[in-house]
Design a protein around this ligand. Structure first.
Ligand code: SF4
Length: 218
């Protein structure tokens, strides 16, 4: 079947973004569909390794979390916690796992990722802790510039994300855009820019990126 104009556009854009990610020492690849991305993600782990993840609609939508929870993987799943204290303990434990899955709130065409976090566990894991981090991102997360990536994270990802929390009511919840608030229930305590995938101390790419040619998450 012939590719649709959207598929063709996504493919050419993704090829350029993947090259730019590789130039920044991320281990990056492109998968046209979420099914291919799921297969690729599972190929990066085995059942002996300890695996965990950051909160992500992308990981839910592609079926990765369900697979990890039901197919005998060695996981740290904070949603099994019976108290807030236990949940925090699992979040801390996840920072020492072998492979940590997450998505990104935004990515510039030249391969810089921007992530906003309330608790900080997700951005902490990206920076240091898990031996390997696998970022899975739909093509909808790709924007032109770094400034656009910050704007996407703040004016789209965060105001959409906050709608999920019944007890939170920062200004973006009722207005749809970021008001740069410092409200007690602000979900934007940490904003992380990730501009390279490895360091001098660990030259093999610690951060892998699977860019998916479909819209995933927000
Ligand atoms: S208004 Fe506050 S909580 Fe909402 S996106 Fe902006 S900084 Fe985050």
């Amino acid at each position: 079947m012939a590719k649709t104009p959207f598929e063709l556009r996504n493919e050419v854009l993704a090829q350029r973004v993947v090259k730019n990610l590789q130039r920044r020492a991320f281990d990056a690849c492109y998968c046209a569909t979420k099914e291919e991305a799921l297969e690729k993600a599972l190929s990066l782990i085995d059942k002996e390794q300890c695996v965990s993840w950051g909160g992500s609609m992308t990981l839910e939508e592609m079926g990765l979390l369900e697979t990890l929870r039901t197919q005998g993987y060695n996981i740290i799943d904070r949603d099994t916690a019976k108290s807030q204290e236990e949940r925090l303990e699992l979040l801390r434990k996840a920072l020492t796992c072998d492979t940590y899955f997450m998505s990104t709130n935004a990515m510039s065409e030249d391969g810089v990722m921007v992530n906003i976090d309330g608790t900080g566990n997700r951005v902490a894991a990206m920076v240091f802790g898990p031996k390997s981090v696998v970022v899975i991102a739909g093509i909808n997360k790709v924007v032109k510039s770094y400034e656009d990536a910050v704007a996407r994270a703040r004016n789209l990802a965060a105001p959409v994300n906050v709608q999920r929390f019944a007890n939170f009511n920062p200004p973006c919840k009722n207005n749809g855009h970021c008001f740069n608030c410092t409200a007690p229930d602000s979900i934007c305590n940490f904003i992380l820019t990730t501009r390279k995938g490895s360091t001098m101390n660990a030259p093999a790419p610690r951060i892998k990126v699977i860019l998916v040619g479909e819209s995933l998450g927000y």
